[in-house]
Design a protein around this ligand. Sequence first.
Ligand code: DGJ
Length: 786
Amino acid sequence: MIQVIDNNFAIQTKNTTYAFRVLPTGQLEHLYYGTKITLRSADDFGALCEQYAMAPGNTVAYDEKNNISLENIRFELSSYGKGDIREPYIDIKYPDGSRTSDLIFEEAHVLTEKHMYDTLPCSYDDGTFTKMPTQTLKITLKDRSHDVRLELYYSNFLETDVITRQTVLVNETKECIVINRIMSNQIDFEDSGYVFSSFSGAWAREMNRKDTILNGGKIVNSSYTGTSSNRANPFVMISRPGTDEDKGDCYGFNLVYSGNHYECMEISGFNKTRFVQGINPETFEYRVNAGERFEAPEAVMTFSDKGFNGMSHGLHTFVREHIVRGFWKHLNRPVLINSWEACYFDVTERKLLNLARKAKDAGIELFVLDDGWFGTRDDDTTSLGDWIANASKLPGGLEGLSHKIRSLGMNFGIWVEPEMVNEKSHLYKRHPEWVLKNPNTPHSTGRNQMILDLGQQIVRDYMIDSMSEVFSSGEISYVKWDMNRNISDYFSQDENINAGEVAHKYVLGLYDVMKTLSERFPEILFEGCSSGGNRFDLGILSYFPQIWASDNTDPVCRATIQNGLSYGYPQSVIGAHVSASPNHQTLRRTPLNTRFNVASMGLLGYELNLGDLTSEENKAIKDEITLYKALRDTLQWGELYRGRNFDDSEYTEWTIVAPDKSKAVTILIQNQVKPNMPMRKVYIKGLDPARRYTLKNVEQKQNLRDFGDLINNISPVHIKQDSWVYHALDRLKKLDGEKEQISGYGDSFAKAGVFLKQGFAGVGFNDEVAYFQDHCSRMYITETEE
Ligand code: DGJ
């Protein structure tokens, strides 16, 4: 519900309230964002207002009539020049050279539907999930001295506790103005000492949660990679100290945007906290001509007083229902095999078909041909831009291969990297003017490639045509869309695009291409990718329903990466694969079932040479895929609860509860074992508290070889480690692992937890003891008791 009472406004979601009002001086004062409160009259809003009487000390008094200082007011949006010296929301350069804006309330309307953008992706409400249509509060502000208006749109996704905010600047002057900064969101909190959590990292090390308590100064999370970036995801959290997964006040903020972004939290001299989020203002200088509108990316915000899990649940539903769209929105995602870590660039039809046959036997549903299939692409120095299949690798082209894969009973998918070009390519020779490149300096490459300038219409047209041709060749039902370098040399060879506009125009161009192609090929399942998770954001998810989370497929690293992602994104958008051991990025050896368990928390795929595995391993993979398919509805669409994680524990723990709470799947992963530890336990959160359930583990057989020469403690004759007898015995004899079967009520499983069989502690092993050593894991299935 949206309330408008005189000049007071409240957005009431299911569990939260967001309130603001018009100040006597005309600006918008932020009043409250938090747990739901009752507001029925203007007086009720009055209780939320700070009572300032005069501008203190050397602060700036707003004007002659109003002796108040804008420096100490909580604003919905702010600017420099009239006394507020904190992070501004907007910074516009007017034709007369001045840069002071003062945006004054003009009017408010409640729209009965979600407001949509023309140039950028945004959230939507198609009525399939919401019981009440998403209302939008439109506020119009006008600059006191210039014909510039700002429209703010607050949309209330009531059931998910998410509010979005859109900002549109309208230039009604007769001249061009320049935006130096325009944010998408601003929250002014009345106090300080909040925890700012960002998710940072680098290639193959994405989404590490970093917490900073801020009592003074400012902290910035931003990207200048041209993408939303693995260095600093645009999703951030602000919480009260002491907030944990299940209790405490927590805000989540995100942006529907895939380019350079900026999140800043600043403490003022009056101990207030300001948070702003938007396009990174660094080198941003965007011209808006007379009569034109500029849309700033949509901001997404949520609040929960039920800890990080509470906050994530609202966001997960929001992403599933109001960001992801199209044919695949609610469809189960196929189990896939990807050729990359199995073949790298060395793809030939023979190798691919061998891999496909093995994959089919294992129950895999989709075969994905990754990099290496086009031009003369035998390594990463060449051919990006030349999207024609290599005839010696694929004699029948994509079409021939796709038919052969289809006839094996699997769907066929393909990898592309359309935004890039190698200098060693026909495309670059024909169109050197299509890349981003500074005029009088040598350009920089990344992975030997240059960036096509998506700000240019002619480049976008080419990209749409060439990709349409690829996607129409053969029976392609999946596309992995990669982007493998950061942007540099921010300069367009099109004289109509200024350097300060290049980054944003690139993103607008990308969206134009993605929109056209995803609409032209509605049944293709697109998976976004950017060297793994370098562009994991809500803009990409508005067109592509899933994203490859990281080039790191090591399950121990993945546990941290996927745990980090899960704060802001549901598991139904996270691509996760089982790969070889030792792992190709870390050379770490891990058990196959741990690789499976971790990948099952996302969208399961395989990325290894199945032909090199033992028959025992192939059988285990087949069994795991059968299990995954039986649990797929829950795993992909259930509600995810985080438990402990590797940052503060030896364990990472996730429980995914079926929408009807009939069952839950829990994944428990151990980092490093220590002997003789306290008894192991899992907490099964989110079940129906009053229902009785039974928990069972997915049983594991234990290899003799895992016990090293300890097997001599039970063997009548001495067996030398690594001798042929040792290996023969290991193949013949498997030990039974522990078997768990424990019943109890949902509330007890969540609050008291469930004690598990003792872990191996160096003093003996039988089927009452769990082999739970370094990087071991278990999957537990909890089902309603019959
Ligand atoms: C980076 C991706 O993240 C990998 O999965 C793979 O597709 C390579 N690019 C191919 O070049």
